[in-house]
Write a protein that binds this ligand. Sequence first.
Ligand code: GRF
Length: 202
Amino acid sequence: MRAVILISGNGSNLQSLIDNARKIDLKICSVISNKEDAFGLKRAERASIRTHFVDPNLYESREGFDKQLITMIDELDISLIILAGYMRILSSEFINHFAGKILNIHPSLLPKFPGLNTHRKAIDAKEKYHGATVHFVTEELDGGPIISQEIVEIDFIDTEYSLSQKVLKKEHILYPRVIHWYTQNRLKLLNTECITLDGKIL
Ligand code: GRF
């Protein structure tokens, strides 16, 4: 299945998708970043994937920037948009244009800890467990229907950094697994609250 991946940074999730692409029937047509120095762009280039940096400073509004993304992505004729550490809020227009086709991975056990600094928040809240979530993207930030999660235990010696590494390791297994379901047409977003896997409501 043809897909585009949006990134803003290191791109370790992108790397796991590059490494698993053949196995999960994923054709990464392009990697787009809103940050020129995102290391993920280098990872994509190394894998001979087309890359684009779209400079937010050239657009007056979020809507203007996202319109440019919509035009670029429409030209690619893809069936899936994968957010992999993409640190910009998407406009309603973008989300509605690609409704049911956008997946995101978030470093917490949603609905706990949406937004930023999730590892810090989990430690401060003295949680026993933490993890990562893959969900469909809807207009509610980090609030779209949850598809699947991976859990890690928080040890008393864990720091924000050690916890982030533990969670990332799980993310690299979780995201390819869920994307494979999607590329096999097993996953569907019915409405903003409801998804099915193999026709059964999750
Ligand atoms: C991951 O923790 C992901 O859950 C979040 O941003 C981080 C991206 O990491 N959305 P990387 O760029 O894939 O290494």
